[in-house]
Design a protein around this ligand. Sequence first.
Ligand SMILES: Nc1ncnc2c1ncn2[C@@H]1O[C@H](COP(=O)(O)OP(=O)(O)O)[C@@H](O)[C@H]1O
Ligand SMILES: [Mg+2]
Length: 389
Amino acid sequence: MGKFDILDDKGREKVQCKICGCFYHRLEVHLKKRHKKTLAEYESEFPGEPTMSKTAKRNASKSAKNRKTNEQSSVPSSDGSSIEKKDVVVIGRVSIPITKDEELNEFDRSYIPKNDELWMPGTKEYKSMEEIAVGIEDRDNIFIYGPHGSGKTTLIKQLGALTNTPVFIFNIIEGVTPDDFIGSMNLSANSDGNVITEWKDGMFTHLWERGFYIVFDEITASPANLLMRLHSVLDGGDLCIFENNGRIVKKHPRTRFFATDNTNGRGDDTGMYVGTNLLNEATLDRFGTVVEYTYTEPYNEKEIITNKGGVTKHFASKMVTVANKIREAYDKEECYCTISTRRLIDWAKKTKRFGDVRRASEVTILNKLNRGDKKFVSDIIQRHFGGTV
Ligand SMILES: Nc1ncnc2c1ncn2[C@@H]1O[C@H](COP(=O)(O)OP(=O)(O)O)[C@@H](O)[C@H]1O
Ligand SMILES: [Mg+2]
């Protein structure tokens, strides 16, 4: 049972932390460990929100009674309530249905993302996740923009994992044509050996019919004519194929279209995101939900680096401070590079491997930078970790 499951393995309902969206029977320890908050602080921030599940309350009153009568305490037995079938994921104010296994075929199932046990949304990510969930419920096309390596694609994949929905990620580059995508007439041989032309669906068409979360990663790198071809699909939902006497491909009720972007559809004039274009305003218009995504908060990033990179909390904390100094300098245009959560995880992993944080920073961060930025970043690392520049 995962932290995002509303029910425990006996089918008993838990309560949800309104800061990060995880479910527990009691929030007290979670609040203290994860959010450095007392129960009283949480209750004043979220008045009326429960902090204990019915089961936890029942167990608490049972053990209080047991203490009173000085009886030997027993393991709380099942409360006899029927085991409900878990069929939704609750994200803030939205409940998204969980896809039933019998609705999926083998192909679909092979694209259900794995649940990343070490994925942990911070407060801001959880807010974005709620906005995305509202977009999913409203059947919107959803656009998520923010710096590279901040967790945009991972968030969509985790939504797929939580809702048991297959996710297909396209990284489309210049040169890919609508035919590659939607389908085309192809030459083939019939049983008599004669050459015939026949229609073959492209991957997009298949996914549209099957109920996938379709993701255009880094959409501004996609060719404009392909995006134009998709306009009517993104508008109305059904895909019209004109060739081969025509056909309407119905949008599956579960199908959703997502786009991620580092540049808010505005293209890039910094030189950091080579190959991106300005997104046509008409394309941008077709997204009912546009979510801004930023790097996770320091308290959460520290935890991610510790869990995924295997370094101590003390080290992780200094790495996150270094990253935020670089991010601030980038925003103030004092350097031309920034540092992603992905790069921080790599830095932590290599630190563990080499047993040397400075050497690890060279292979994961510094050697990717130009001369000016390399000196600038190296100075910041040196100030926090010591050693020579
Ligand atoms: N909240 C999080 N918890 C754990 N790992 C995260 C989190 N957010 C991002 N990551 C990690 O950061 C890396 C970059 O994420 P990714 O989704 O590829 O970024 P983007 O799509 O924004 O470029 C991945 O390795 C991902 O697992
Ligand atoms: Mg991505």
